[in-house]
Write a protein that binds this ligand. Structure first.
Ligand SMILES: [Mg+2]
Length: 290
C-alpha cells in the first residue's frame, strides 16, 4: 500500500530524511516549488537530512555552488554523491597506489586522487588495473571506449586482474523539457555487452556500481546520519522508481515518491498496484510544509 502523506508527517515519523536532488529539489536551472522553504525549515529545526544524488561529475564544492545558484542553499556536508564514494571504494578495497584510468572530467579525477590512486593517462590505458567510468563528459567517447574494450580484452586473455568502477549507474539524464542525454552507464553498458559477447556473461568483467539503486550510497548516507542499516529510522524521498524507490526497497528502508519529477504515476491507487520492488510506501504531491 502506498499512502499519501506530507513532508511534515515524514519528518515527525523518521529521524533522518534522505532526498534525491534532480526532480525533487531542483531541475537543471532552478529550485522546484517549495524546496527553498523546505531546506530553510530543515536547517532551522536542526533536522537530520541528506541529499543523496548519483552525480559523480562535480566536486562537492561545485555541487554546493550550483545549489546556491538554483536558490536552494544546501550545506556541503549534507551532500552524499556517487563521487564521494570513489575514495571510500579505493580505501575499502586496498586500491591505494593502484594505476587507474579515469574516463571523465577533472572533478571526477579529483575524487579518484582522493582515493590515493595513481592516475594513468588515457593514451597509456593499458598500464592501468582500475578503470573508473566517471562521466559522459571530459573525454572523447569513441577512441577511448574502443581502447577500453581492447585493453580489457587483452587483460582477460592474459589473466591480468582488473577492477571496473561505475560511480553513477544512471543511463540517461534530463537536459531540458523532454530532452535527455546519455550518461556514463550507457557507455559502461557498451563495454559490458562487448565483453559478454567476447567471453560470455560474467560479473568478472562488469562494472561495480556505487550509486542508487545500489547499496554503497545508502551505506554512506546512514554512516553520516550516525545510523545503522538494521535499525535506521530513515526514509528516502525521490522521483524515480528504478533508482530512488527500488534502491530503498532493496536496502530495506521506507521510501516516498514525489510527483514533481519524472514519475509516470500520480495516484496512491496506481502506486499501490506496483510490484513490491518498485512500490513506494508514501506519496508526496508537493514539498509544501502546509
Ligand atoms: Mg531524480
Amino acid at each position: 500500500m502506498t499512502t499519501a502523506t506530507t513532508i511534515r508527517e515524514l519528518a515527525e515519523r523518521y529521524d533522518t530524511l534522505l532526498f534525491d536532488s534532480y526532480g525533487v529539489l531542483v531541475n537543471e536551472s532552478t529550485g522546484l516549488p517549495g524546496s527553498r522553504e523546505l531546506i530553510d525549515w530543515l536547517e532551522s529545526t536542526g533536522k537530520s537530512y541528506f541529499i543523496v544524488t548519483n552525480d559523480a561529475s562535480r566536486s562537492i564544492t561545485s555541487r554546493t555552488e550550483k545549489f546556491v545558484q538554483q536558490g536552494v542553499p544546501v550545506p556541503s556536508e549534507r551532500i552524499v554523491n556517487s563521487g564521494c564514494l570513489i575514495p571510500l571504494f579505493f580505501k575499502d578495497n586496498g586500491l591505494a597506489g593502484a594505476p587507474t584510468a579515469v574516463l571523465g572530467g577533472s572533478d571526477a579525477t579529483e575524487y579518484v586522487k582522493q582515493g590515493d590512486a595513481k592516475i594513468v593517462r588515457l593514451d597509456r590505458m593499458a598500464e592501468a588495473s582500475v578503470f573508473v567510468l566517471a562521466d559522459d563528459e571530459g573525454f572523447d567517447w569513441r577512441p577511448n571506449i574502443n581502447a577500453l574494450v581492447s585493453t580489457l580484452n587483452h587483460k582477460v586473455l592474459e589473466s591480468e586482474p582488473f577492477t571496473l568502477l561505475l560511480p553513477n549507474p544512471d543511463l540517461v539524464y534530463p537536459t531540458g523539457e523532454r530532452k535527455y542525454s546519455f550518461a556514463a552507464a550507457a557507455l559502461a553498458g557498451l563495454v559490458e555487452s562487448a565483453l559478454d559477447r567476447l567471453f560470455g556473461p560474467s560479473e568478472q568483467h562488469h562494472f561495480i556500481r556505487l550509486g542508487k539503486p545500489h547499496a554503497p550510497i545508502f551505506d554512506e548516507a546512514l554512516r553520516r546520519a550516525g545510523a545503522s542499516r538494521e535499525n535506521a529510522s530513515v526514509v528516502m524521498i525521490g522521483d524515480q522508481l528504478e533508482t530512488d524507490i527500488a534502491g530503498a526497497v532493496a536496502y530495506g528502508i521506507p521510501s516516498a515518491i514525489v510527483t514533481t519529477g519524472i514519475s509516470r504515476f500520480s495516484t496512491a491507487e496506481e502506486l499501490s498496484a506496483l510490484p513490491r520492488e518498485h512500490r513506494p510506501d508514501y506519496l508526496l504531491t508537493s514539498l509544501s510544509l502546509g
